[in-house]
Structures are given as structure tokens and as C-alpha cells.
Design a protein around this ligand. Structure first.
Ligand SMILES: Cc1ncc(COP(=O)(O)O)c(C=O)c1O
Length: 380
């Protein structure tokens, strides 16, 4: 039998060359000041904090910082290995076979996977058309006797849609009236101009998922969690597998970053906005490319390339291998529309955006169905 080569692993490729890659594929933040975190971790290492277990329920100081950051004093704060772990826990705890969750397509599909693992199913409302978000009316229409939860990711990954206060209130009130859990995933809320938390409109039934991966530039330390009123929190936290606590150095890093955030974040936001403005300007000059939603209220948006007939996966590979620029093909985020787009995040230094702007049209031309096998390589 002829030997078959393993499929191309973009992440393996990018991690092997991490110091040369412009990382715009995972909505990570490369702008948050690193000094406070580096100092705090260095001190914790010096004190050999890693030799002992952390305080299992999580550092009380960290919990207080999170509660203060969200202004939700009536909530318990669960500390987990990223928002991801909290999402898994809540799906496991609150859902079972036959249950339905109102959600969307596109969406952050890992949450959908967790829901399916619990035996429930997602009802994915198509959002790849204006207003690119759920509305109270659409949520209402989708509810059935089996509905147990509404998933409100605000801002929404990957489109960057932000919810106006009236819609957050409307959706939360539906959840309250129908006694449904409202999953309010706020991972990107610091990038939004006017974010509204759902919790005050449905305090007993809202689970607010938070993360320091994107706002504080700490994706690698894996720390996030959830906020919920005690009764709901206790139902969820029974499913915590991290019984001995979350990585002590991660908690130290999160405390330092959250303490620095009020002063540091405005500059991060300014640069993030400027970067998306520059990309928006450039897209105007790229034929067959469009931004369905601009401005994004997150630190990412999608570039629609359907008119060019380009396969997003082929474009992702071309950008990565030929230009060292890592974006994410749409199929990771949308079963129905993933063939139309590629996602770019832009909390990056301006030099990264320069490289992206130079590479994108060249890579696009090279991956068009009519393109010759060997396309020009942009200067690095
Ligand atoms: C909407 C959404 N929720 C949660 C997460 C996971 O965040 P964490 O890194 O805290 O696990 C992501 C990560 O991309 C996300 O996009």
C-alpha cells in the first residue's frame, strides 16, 4: 500500500515556529502589558509556590477581583482552567438527554459539543445575515417545551456582534418568564463599546462565563470561570473535577493582570480598534472580499471570501505556510456558513497587521481556483 502522509496540522506547524508567526487565529491578545504578570509569576516561582497545592476553592483575592470587575456582588465565583472548563461543567450539570438549547450558527462550537455530550441538542438559529445576532423575537419563536437554556455569547465569536441593552433585557426576560437558564458568555465583553450583562435581568437563572484569556492576554495560562447565584452555582460546581484547585501560577498571573486591567486596557482597546479600522479600509480595495459585520465589538471578525471561490482552509494554509500569518478557516465556527469565510483577530501589534495586510491579497490570489500552482510569495 502506498504510504499516505498525515493531514496538515496548522497548529502543530504554527507552534513549531511560534516566534515567527503572526497569531491572528485564536482571538488572543498580544497587546496587554506583560510586566505585571511576569513580575508576579517570577515572585511566585521564587517562593516555589508550585511545590504546594493551591487553596482548592481558588484564591479569594482573585474571586473578589472578578466579582468587582463584573459588579456582581450577589454571585459566587467559580475559578476553572479557562472559561472552557466552566462551560463543560455547566453543560454537564444543567442539561440531559432530550433537552434543547437555543443557540446560533455561526457560534463558538466547542460549547455546542459540550451540550451534545450531555445528551442535549442545540437549536442553531442562522445568524449570517443582518443583524448578525439573536433577537428576542427569534428566540421566542424557537422555544419549545424541551428548551432548557438560551446561549447568549456577547460579543459573539466569530462575527463580533454586540447586543444592545434592549435585546439583552428582552432575551433575559424570556429566559426568566420561561424558567430557563441563560448562559451569558462574556469572554469578549471588554472589547465592546456598550456591553450589558444579562445577570441583573434574570439573577436566579443566569450563568455568566468569564475568562482572562482575551482581555488580559493570558490564553496560555488557562484561567477563567463562571459567576452565578449560590443555588445555581452549587448545582454546577458539583461537577468540578479540578478538586485540588487550578494552577497556582495561573491564579497569580490572573490576579496581577486583573489588578493592572483598569489602567492598561484602554490602550489595548484603542490599538485593537485602530487595527480593525485599518483592515476595514484595506478590504474596501480587495475585490470579492467583504466584512459582513463592521465594526466588531470583539477583537475578531470574519472576512467573507465566497465571491472569490476560495476554500477558506486552502487560504488558511497558504497564509500560514507562505506568509507566516495564522488566521482561522470558517468551518471551525459554522456548519452552514463556514465555507464562506475566514476569521481574523486583531489584538496585535501594528507590525503584525502590516504583515497581514500585505499577505492577504497575495494569498487570496494564489488560492483562487484559477490561480497557477505557484503563486508569488510576499516579502516578510
Ligand atoms: C465565546 C468563547 N467562550 C469561551 C472561550 C474559551 O475561553 P478560555 O480560554 O477561557 O477557555 C472562547 C475562546 O475562544 C470563546 O471564544
Amino acid at each position: 500500500m502506498p504510504a499516505t502522509s498525515p493531514p496538515f496540522d496548522a497548529f502543530r506547524y504554527a507552534h513549531d515556529r511560534a516566534d515567527q508567526i503572526v497569531w491572528m487565529s485564536q482571538n488572543t491578545n498580544h497587546l496587554f502589558p506583560t510586566e505585571p504578570v511576569e513580575k508576579a509569576i517570577a515572585q511566585a516561582v521564587k517562593e516555589r509556590r508550585y511545590q504546594g497545592y493551591p487553596y482548592a476553592p481558588g484564591d479569594p483575592k482573585l474571586k473578589q477581583l472578578v466579582r468587582d470587575d463584573f459588579g456582581l456582588p450577589d454571585c459566587e465565583t467559580g475559578i476553572a482552567s479557562g472559561g472552557t472548563e466552566a462551560l463543560y461543567m455547566l453543560a454537564r450539570a444543567l442539561l440531559g438527554p432530550g433537552d434543547e438549547v437555543i443557540s446560533s450558527d455561526p457560534s463558538y462550537l466547542i460549547i455546542h459539543k459540550f451540550i451534545e455530550l450531555s445528551g442535549a441538542r442545540t437549536v442553531n438559529l442562522p445568524l449570517y445575515a443582518p443583524p448578525y445576532r439573536l433577537t428576542p423575537d427569534r428566540v421566542n419563536e424557537a422555544i419549545t417545551p424541551k428548551t432548557k437554556m438560551i446561549m447568549l455569547i456577547d460579543p459573539l465569536n466569530p462575527l463580533g456582534s454586540g447586543y444592545p441593552e434592549a435585546d439583552v433585557k428582552g432575551i433575559a426576560e424570556i429566559a426568566k418568564d420561561r424558567k430557563l437558564v441563560l448562559l451569558n458568555d462574556t469572554t469578549y465583553r471588554d472589547f465592546s463599546e456598550h456591553h450589558t450583562l444579562a445577570h441583573p435581568y434574570h439573577p436566579e437563572g443566569t450563568v455568566t462565563v468569564w475568562s482572562v484569556s482575551k482581555n488580559c492576554g493570558l490564553a496560555g495560562v488557562r484561567l477563567g470561570g463562571l459567576l452565578a447565584r449560590k443555588e445555581l452555582y452549587d448545582r454546577i460546581w458539583k461537577y468540578n473535577t479540578n478538586d485540588l484547585g487550578v494552577n497556582v501560577l495561573a491564579q497569580v498571573a490572573a490576579v496581577a493582570a486583573l489588578e493592572a486591567k483598569p489602567k492598561a486596557f484602554p490602550a489595548v482597546l484603542k490599538q485593537t480598534r485602530e487595527n480593525q479600522r485599518r483592515i476595514h479600509e484595506a478590504v474596501k480595495g480587495w475585490s470579492g472580499v467583504s466584512l459582513p459585520l463592521y465594526p466588531s465589538q470583539g477583537n475578531m471578525f470574519v472576512l467573507d471570501i465566497a465571491e472569490r471561490g476560495v476554500e477558506p482552509e486552502a487560504l488558511q494554509k497558504e497564509l500560514l505556510v507562505k506568509h507566516g500569518v495564522f488566521l482561522r478557516a470558517g468551518n471551525y465556527l459554522s456548519p452552514s456558513f463556514g465555507k464562506r469565510f475566514i476569521r481574523a483577530s486583531f489584538s496585535n501589534p501594528p507590525s503584525d497587521i502590516d504583515r497581514f495586510l500585505k499577505a492577504f491579497p497575495v494569498a487570496l490570489a494564489a488560492t483562487e481556483p484559477t490561480a497557477k500552482a505557484s503563486a508569488p510569495v510576499a516579502a516578510r
